[in-house]
Design a protein around this ligand. Structure first.
Ligand code: NAP
Length: 338
């Protein structure tokens, strides 16, 4: 029998960027081979996330060029490097993400650490499975933060996002009141239809006062902030004494504005959250239970709405569509012929 590695083709199609903010090109590049502890995944699908846009704009993470974008996806492990863990993954359908600084999921094949893959349940589609590792785990992590910090209620902005919708369903099933903040009137209606109780529009004149009243009433002391900039100061001002503001993205592109006096007098704190860093603080048993719980809820509380799929070669068009219609659902690049 020939070694498995020979079954991989020499060349593959990949989306490449040659400089920060530069155009995306569809190119033929060498198929990667796995090193020790690594696997090669034949890709099926990959979503476009805000973190992909930030990475392609440059300045988000250190990286060398040219590179292949795509921070999560799904596929099948077709090649395993040395070590027990890669061998255990061989032939499995997995959700996967690239190693830091490595080439990403927007290609026919991706090489990554076996640790960066998680087997997908049979009933999960490649598209839904391609979104298992980032938003579902983050939404679950936020519930954990609320429990660990004994917060009675929480606030989340950019709440019409996929992650925001997961959080609406999860907080409902966990009995944690959630104040959702959006920036368009139609998003208020959409989230209420989804079952959200408290939805505020940040562009309304009464926004700051309503938020303060509601946050005090519900004792919402966990403030999840994906927008930052001037919205952070409104959030901090409205937050009850002793609140924690968790910055988990900077969609506005602006730094956090905060009045140090209010932080000092009212014992409020600002912390950052990044899923990978947070997971590193947890033990192996917690992680196993956590990922199993994510898998169980992937087709219910933690499912993502998919608005459209595009072939890999149409990544530029898919991104343009995504930028204009972010709250309508995820745009997924369909890579494999599954
Ligand atoms: N730190 C972490 O570990 C971590 C992990 C997962 C996700 N995240 C972050 O969580 C956020 C949601 O991710 P997702 O994949 O669920 O997003 P998504 O479904 O792609 O939706 C993005 C949302 O952001 C809103 N938005 C964009 N720019 C905005 C701005 N300047 N001000 C207010 N709202 C804005 C969009 O609203 P419009 O439709 O009105 O544009 C849309 O509702 C992202 O920022 C992502 O980076 C962070």
């Amino acid at each position: 029998m020939k070694p498995r590695e020979n079954q991989l083709p020499e060349q593959m199609t990949a989306i490449r960027q040659h400089e920060p903010g530069g155009a995306l090109k569809t190119e033929q590049v060498a198929v990667p081979r796995p090193g020790p502890g690594e696997v090669v995944v034949k890709m099926d699908a990959s979503p476009i996330n805000p973190s992909d846009l930030a990475l392609m704009a440059g300045g988000y993470l250190e990286r060398s060029y040219p590179f292949t974008p795509g921070l999560e996806g799904s596929g099948t492990v077709v090649e395993a490097g040395s070590g027990l863990f890669p061998k255990l993954r061989l032939g499995k359908r997995v959700a996967c993400s690239p190693d830091q600084g490595g080439d990403g999921t927007w290609a026919d094949y991706m090489k990554t650490s076996a640790m960066k893959t998680a087997p997908l349940p049979k009933h999960i589609s490649p598209e839904q499975g391609s979104m298992m590792l980032v938003n579902p785990m983050t939404a679950m992590a936020f519930i954990q933060l609320a429990r660990e910090g004994k917060h009675r209620a929480m606030v989340n902005n950019a709440a019409a996002s996929s992650l925001g919708k997961m959080l609406i369903r999860l907080t409902k099933s966990n009995g944690i009141p959630l104040i959702n903040i959006v920036r368009r009137a139609e998003q208020v209606d959409a989230l209420k239809e989804l079952g959200a109780i408290h939805v505020l529009n940040s562009t309304a004149e009464s926004f700051a006062a309503e938020l303060k009243e509601l946050a005090e009433e519900l004792e919402a002391t966990l403030i999840l902030d994906a927008v930052t900039g001037s919205q952070s100061s409104t959030l901090l001002d409205a937050a009850p004494h002793g609140s924690t503001l968790v910055a988990y993205a900077r969609l506005s592109g602006d730094p956090i504005l905060a009045d140090p006096g209010a932080l000092i007098k009212e014992e409020k704190e600002i912390v950052g959250f990044q899923l990978g860093n947070w997971l590193q603080t947890k033990g192996i048993l917690f992680k196993l239970r956590f990922i199993n719980s994510v898998k169980r809820q992937l087709s219910s509380e933690l499912s993502s709405t998919i608005s459209r799929t595009y072939p890999l070669e149409s990544a530029e068009e898919a991104i343009a569509q995504y930028r204009e219609h972010m709250s309508e659902g995820k745009i997924v690049l369909k890579i494999g012929s599954y």
